[in-house]
Design a protein around this ligand. Structure first.
Ligand code: DAH
Length: 341
């Protein structure tokens, strides 16, 4: 091989070995410089074969091939190195920044209040009972001493599933949790001490103070010698747990078909904008279980007495959280709900 050719090869081999190949641009330029079909150095060398003396062609060809190999090997290595670098390169990451907190869900304020009520009564020794939301007329009204033509039945505008027949028998969405009293006493002789939280439905005009469904917690205690004093004591203790030790509570005579006597309980709600500095707000209905109700479930009213109470969960949640429109509890607007985390 002629000396000048040898020098050319030597220079090319050194250039290939030393070329800086750390960026994508350098790698591209390198590939074009050596391998481009039009004017790449290797292409030019191959095109030059006819001009090489025949006896040197073999050695020449081998050297060109070796050079091409060296180019390809360097290209491949450089490319892999670049890819590895890109994979591990830090992406504008500032480890000193505070983390981003994922938005956590939380319990609905109705659920929170219901659980709070439940917790209080469980601490008083009450068990938790449940009943179906789809009820029959007898459990919802009949056994609770609502006669078919009793005006008290009009108190509750009912969603009927099967409209009542001539005897008043039908299927409905329960209008209160009181039918759970009946279901519990059908299955259990006294002593009975339960609360029954759950949903109830009423076909009412929807407004800031009433919705077509809401939640109640029913209470029932039946045993020998249960008195109205026991009822007042338990409800006073309950009010202190929920509203604080300085809560003021009063009982007003009332009427429910399933209790005799009946009373509604109010709590004093402080309100500076009010001329009296506050007002009485009704929070529950209660009374001594009517003997007719005990008879309906084959419990001897001569031997046993009991008290019952029922309260609206929304009403209590609205008081505790100062909510003035019941409907916001059912809109599930996250801006509202996220205040109760
Ligand atoms: N069921 C009644 C209602 O929905 C509330 C109630 C009143 C429940 C008195 C009771 C009770 O257990 O003794 O309005």
């Amino acid at each position: 091989m002629a000396d000048n050719l040898d020098t050319t090869f030597g220079e090319l081999e050194a250039a290939v070995a030393q070329a800086a190949l750390s960026t994508a641009e350098e790698i591209d330029a390198f590939r074009i410089r050596y391998l481009s079909k039009k004017q790449g150095r290797i292409t030019e060398l191959l095109k030059g074969i006819p001009r090489v003396a025949p006896e040197s062609r073999r050695a020449y060809g081998q050297r060109v091939n070796a050079l091409k190999q060296a180019v390809e090997t360097r290209l491949e290595q450089a490319q892999q190195q670049l890819m590895a670098q890109e994979r591990s390169a830090p992406v504008d990451l500032d480890l000193t920044l505070p983390g981003r907190r994922p938005a956590l869900g939380s319990l609905h304020p109705i659920t929170q209040t219901e659980r709070e009520i439940r917790r209080v009564f469980e601490s008083f020794g009450f068990a938790v009972a449940e009943g179906p939301e789809i009820e029959d007329d007898w459990h919802n009204f009949g056994a609770l001493n609502f006669p078919p033509d009793h005006p008290a039945r009009d108190m509750q505008d009912t969603f009927w599933i099967d409209a009542p027949d001539e005897e008043g028998k039908g299927v409905l969405l329960r209008t209160h949790t009181s039918p759970v009293q009946i279901r519990v006493m059908q299955n259990q002789q006294p002593p009975v001490r339960v609360i029954a939280p759950g949903r109830v439905y009423r076909n009412e005009a929807i407004s800031y103070k009433s919705f077509c469904l809401f939640h109640q917690v029913e209470g029932l205690y039946v045993d020998q010698g249960v008195s109205m004093a026991d009822l007042k004591q338990i409800l006073n203790s309950f009010a202190r747990e929920i509203f604080g030790d300085d809560v003021k509570m009063r009982f007003r005579p009332s009427f429910f078909p399933f209790t005799e006597p009946s009373a509604e309980a109010d709590i004093w709600w402080r309100d500076d904008s009010h001329p009296d500095g506050g007002r009485w707000l009704e929070i529950l209905g209660s009374g001594m279980v009517d003997p007719e109700v005990l008879k309906a479930v084959d419990i001897d009213p001569e031997k046993y007495t009991g008290y019952a109470f029922g309260m609206g969960v929304e009403r209590i949640a609205m008081l505790r959280h100062n909510i003035s429109d019941i409907r916001v509890l059912y809109e599930n607007d996250v801006r509202f709900l996220s205040q109760f985390n």
